[in-house]
Design a protein around this ligand. Structure first.
Ligand code: FES
Length: 97
């Protein structure tokens, strides 16, 4: 299980590999906001302050969207495009950037 800390809501949850951040937000009642849910609107942008390597790889759509937004997007993700991809680890996320 991977420990996910949603800093803005002070929520900690342990999830299995494959769990999406949308599922985590829905299940925990986190205040993370979603709009389009397909990587177009950037509403769900978040800063991964640790554990980025425990998430899935950014897809091309996400990479392009984040590059348009800023030049250094290495710790940014679109939560609607993210899932946990590890058996163990810790991830910390803050909403926004
Ligand atoms: S909800 Fe629109 S980009 Fe994630």
């Amino acid at each position: 299980m991977v420990r996910v800390f949603l800093k803005d809501d002070n929520i900690v949850v342990k999830v299995p590999s494959g769990k999406t951040l949308r599922d985590i937000a829905n299940k925990t009642g986190a205040s993370m906001e979603f709009g389009c849910r397909v990587g177009d609107c950037l509403t769900c942008i978040a800063t991964v302050t640790s554990g980025m390597h425990f998430l899935n790889e950014k897809n091309e759509k996400e990479i392009r969207a984040l590059e348009i937004l800023c030049t250094d997007s290495h710790n940014l993700r679109l939560m609607c495009q993210c899932s946990v991809e590890a058996e163990e680890g810790e991830i910390e996320i803050s909403y926004g950037f």
